[in-house]
Structures are given as structure tokens and as C-alpha cells.
Write a protein that binds this ligand. Structure first.
Ligand code: ADP
Ligand code: GLC
Length: 473
């Protein structure tokens, strides 16, 4: 079984969110269970030179919009498995990874170049594994090439949905410029009068997956399907939910190079040192007995920031600390800034992206807040579990699949979970968590349950292997 994985981002080459973590880790996990893969991803301005091991191809000729564009491809195994990075400065050397009006064109180019690269590097893969709307273009190109090219005849596609909220919509009049002029191709993209890369991927890929079982059901409803629930329902027998794993080589408090002290479930002494370092990092007074509530996230409506805004005052009234790492919408950034100005001795904020600080927060805090509106999988709740930091989550998507509510009597459960999207429901769980925090036996039990939860990639990789086999059969 040979698999080519395409992704717009992949750790350690690039990352804006969970997709980067997943695409970086899956190839390594597949390799460990004996599945050969090659990852193909863009080389961005943000990709560190140390990860570009060697220039593999310096004349990757990509016929694009009627001219021959000369791209390059670097080779690396910095993520623990074979990777090619497509270097096309005009498209990918920019101040940020996403956020341009012509993003659809940038990723259409990436997809086309990736397929040119595959033909160049050798025999056809059995499966091309595509991720999110950025790879919808390749799904159509492969489906269409299959009808007329020997190389592509037996290649099958798996399309993984990481977030239905982003669909890569654009003017359908642009399609022909990317070589999509046939009826089959146009129909694949057309959706409500415009072109949608997500819709195309969902419509023509051989099988579909998403990143948790619960989300695989949610997206078949009008509320979470973003207009495409009908298509997902019609393809439900080809859609599966596979919960993401955690790369424990990167996220492990026993070895994490960023931390001032290490710990594991047998001995949590080092976690106190991390807590001290975290408070010092934010120039907060050091009171190790008070709990630290934390948030690390893109500041978008998806993440339930408005619920956090409604409960923040109550949390501060209990004497607890709050720390937040993230950037995004101005209204949310301003909220955190105002909260910090209001209670400078209790609140620590960092606006921006900071990988090392994300690790220190996971280790040094006590309670992690993730009251998402929707959450396809979510990784931070799983990182929190391993770091002995108790997650409070809303029961949606992967959060519902990975967190079980704590039961004081039986001692079961690894976090706290509420259902309705309401601040008072969230607050109830916050008080429940505080109650447990001040009861050392309960807290220790919760931490143990969380730290010993196995969310390793191996389970997920085996499910992907099965999906690849099913897709090929
Ligand atoms: P999403 O992909 O929707 O953003 P996930 O929970 O799947 O949500 O993954 C988010 C990932 O991005 C985690 O690895 C998290 O630590 C990281 N992250 C989010 N915001 C920041 C930030 N400001 N600085 C550093 N890491 C961040
Ligand atoms: C998306 C989702 C997140 C998921 C990640 C990786 O960004 O928002 O829930 O964990 O993709 O699959």
C-alpha cells in the first residue's frame, strides 16, 4: 500500500492549527505500522531552512494558466517520513499562510503541481489522501485523469474533512483557467452558483473521512453541514469518522524540551515548577495554590470565545488566574486585553502565535477551557489530558468523543463536559471543576485518568490503513 498525502500545512514545516499537527504526524504513524507514504505540502516563507534537507527537483515544470511555470521541490524527513515541499515563491512566499483573496488559486496550483510531482517521482500511488478544501482540486483532476491516463487509472482518493466551515468558494468563471473546463469537472465544483473546492472534494473522492465519529454525524445535519449536509448524507456509506491522535514525541511532559521541569503520571512534582515558570512568564504574582484557567486557540467564533467572555468575571471572582494565548478577531483580542487591564495580577495574555508558550501553558496550568460551538476533533483537550491539565469542554464533535465527565463517586472520567451552548451551563462545570480542584484526592484521580488516556496515533493510523484498503477494493 503506497499513499501520497497532500496537505496545505504540516508540522514542522508550517502550522496555523490542528491540520498542521495532523498532516505532520500521520505519515510517521503510518510508517510505524508498515504503510509507505509520501507527504506533499507547500514550502512557505515561514518554513525554516533547516527543515529543507535537500533540493530534490529544481525544474518542476507545471503547465499553469497556459504557461510553463518552473517550480522546485525540496525533500525532507524532518517530520519522520518522506516529504516533498513544493517551492513556488510567487504563491507561497508571503507574510502569512492563508488569508489572500486568491487563496483558491494558490491551492489549485499546489494541487496541480503535486500531481505533476507524483508523475515525476515514480510509480503511481495506490491512494492519494487529500485534506480539506485546499485539496479539492486534486480530487477532480485525478477523477478526470483516470479516464484517460494509464498512470492515474488505478489511483483512488480519500478526502478528509477537518473543518466544514471553510469551503474555498470562488467565482465559477475562474474554473477554466485552472484547466477545469469539461462538464464533469464543472459540475463537481458547482454549488449554489459558484465554485466550491470543498464540495468538489466531497462529490468526487472515492471515500470520505472526518476527524471524529461524532463530527461525521453532525456534518450530515443542516446545522453543521454548511449547506453540504445533503451531499454528505447521500455519501454516508463512504464516510467514516477517525479521531485524530496525539504525537507523544512532541507532546509529552516527561520529555518536552521546552519545560523547565519534567513529570509523568507517577510523579507530578515537576508540574508545580512549570506552574511557577508560567506565572513568572506572565509576570503574575506566584501563588501556586490558586488554579490557573487556560485557553490556547485561534480567536474565532468556532471556539466559543463569547462564552469565555461571559464567565471570565466569575472565574476572577474565585481568585483564580486566567491565561490566554491566541490571535484572531479584533473583538476577541480586545476582550482579552481589557480583562488583563482590569485584573493585571490575575490575567496573563499573549496575542499571537507561540509554539513554546503553548507547551508551557499546557504544562503549567490546571484547567483548560474549550467551550467550542463546534469542534471537528480538537487537539488541545488531548494535549491537556496528557499534561495533567483538566479540560472543560462542550459536548460536540471530537470534544465529546475524547472527554468523559468526571464522576466523584466512582472516580471515572477525565474532564468536565456540558451540552447546551450557554454560559450558565459552562459556569456550572467551572464550579464543579473548582470543587474538585480543592479536593486533592479527586483532582489526583482526574489527572491520573487523563494522563493515562491513550490517544496515540497508532490507533488512528490503523483505521486509516483499513480505510485505504477499503477504498482500493
Ligand atoms: P484548530 O485546528 O481548529 O485551530 P485544534 O485544537 O485542532 O484546533 O488545533 C490547534 C493547534 O494549534 C494546537 O496544536 C494548538 O496548540 C495550536 N495553536 C492554536 N493557537 C495557537 C497560538 N496562538 N500559538 C501557538 N499554538 C497555537
Ligand atoms: C480543524 C478543526 C479541529 C481539528 C483540526 C485537525 O482545524 O477545527 O477541530 O482538530 O482541524 O483535524
Amino acid at each position: 500500500m503506497r499513499v501520497a498525502i497532500l496537505s496545505a500545512e504540516a508540522v514542522p514545516y508550517s502550522k496555523t492549527g490542528g491540520l498542521g499537527d495532523v498532516a505532520g504526524a500521520l505519515p510517521k504513524a503510518l510508517k510505524q505500522i508498515g504503510v509507505d507514504s509520501v507527504l506533499i505540502t507547500p514550502c512557505y516563507l515561514q518554513t525554516k531552512g533547516e527543515y529543507l534537507w535537500k533540493l530534490a527537483i529544481d525544474d518542476l515544470t507545471v503547465n499553469w494558466r497556459g504557461v510553463n511555470y518552473r517550480a522546485k521541490a525540496f525533500y525532507s524527513e524532518a517530520n519522520g517520513a518522506p516529504t516533498f515541499l513544493i517551492d513556488a515563491p510567487e504563491y507561497f512566499h508571503r507574510d502569512s499562510i492563508y488569508g489572500y483573496t486568491e487563496d483558491y488559486e494558490r491551492f489549485a496550483f499546489f494541487n496541480h503541481a503535486a500531481l505533476v510531482l507524483l508523475e515525476r517521482i515514480g510509480a503511481p500511488p495506490d491512494i492519494v489522501h487529500l485534506n480539506d478544501w485546499h485539496c479539492g482540486f486534486a480530487a477532480v483532476e485525478i477523477a478526470s485523469k483516470r479516464m484517460r491516463s494509464d498512470y492515474w487509472r488505478d489511483v483512488r482518493t480519500v478526502f478528509s474533512i477537518h473543518n466544514m466551515a471553510y469551503q474555498g468558494g470562488f467565482d465559477a468563471n475562474e474554473l477554466w483557467k485552472f484547466g477545469f473546463s469539461g462538464e464533469f469537472e464543472r459540475n463537481a465544483f458547482l454549488f449554489n452558483g459558484y465554485a466550491s473546492a470543498m464540495k468538489a472534494g466531497l462529490a468526487v473522492s472515492d471515500t470520505l473521512s472526518t476527524v471524529s465519529p461524532r463530527y461525521s454525524h453532525e456534518i450530515q445535519t443542516a446545522q453543521e453541514g454548511y449547506g453540504l449536509d445533503w451531499l454528505l448524507r447521500s455519501r454516508a456509506n463512504r464516510l467514516i469518522g477517525i479521531t485524530n491522535g496525539v504525537d507523544y514525541e512532541v507532546w509529552n511532559p516527561a520529555t518536552d524540551a521546552v519545560l523547565p521541569a519534567h513529570y509523568d503520571f507517577r510523579n507530578l512534582a515537576g508540574k508545580r515548577e512549570c506552574k511557577r515558570a508560567l506565572l513568572e512568564n506572565f509576570s503574575l504574582p506566584v501563588s501556586l495554590e490558586k488554579p490557573i484557567f487556560a485557553s490556547i486557540t485561534r480567536l474565532t467564533a468556532q471556539k466559543g470565545i463569547d462564552l469565555m467572555m461571559q464567565v471570565a468575571g466569575e472565574i476572577l471572582a474565585t481568585g483564580s488566574y486566567i491565561v490566554s494565548l491566541g490571535s484572531g478577531a479584533a473583538e476577541y483580542e480586545n476582550f482579552w486585553q481589557r480583562l488583563r487591564d482590569y485584573a493585571p495580577a490575575q490575567v496573563g495574555i499573549y496575542r499571537g502565535y507561540n509554539e513554546d508558550l503553548a507547551h508551557l501553558i499546557e504544562a503549567g496550568s490546571d484547567i483548560f477551557m474549550m467551550p467550542s460551538k463546534f469542534e471537528p476533533c480538537g487537539l488541545n483537550q488531548m494535549y491537556s489530558l496528557r499534561y495533567g491539565t483538566i479540560p472543560i469542554v462542550r459536548a460536540v464533535g471530537g470534544l465529546d468523543d475524547t472527554v468523559q465527565n468526571f464522576d466523584r463517586v466512582s472516580g471515572s472520567g477525565n474532564g468536565f463536559k456540558f451540552a447546551e451552548y450557554r454560559a450558565d451551563k459552562f459556569l456550572e462545570k467551572i464550579y464543579e471543576a473548582l470543587f474538585a480542584y480543592y479536593e486533592p484526592d479527586s483532582w489526583r484521580r482526574l489527572q491520573l485518568n487523563g494522563m493515562t488516556t491513550d490517544n496515540s496515533w497508532e490507533n488512528a493510523a490503523r483505521k486509516y490503513e483499513q480505510l485505504y484498503r477499503f477504498t482500493k477494493s
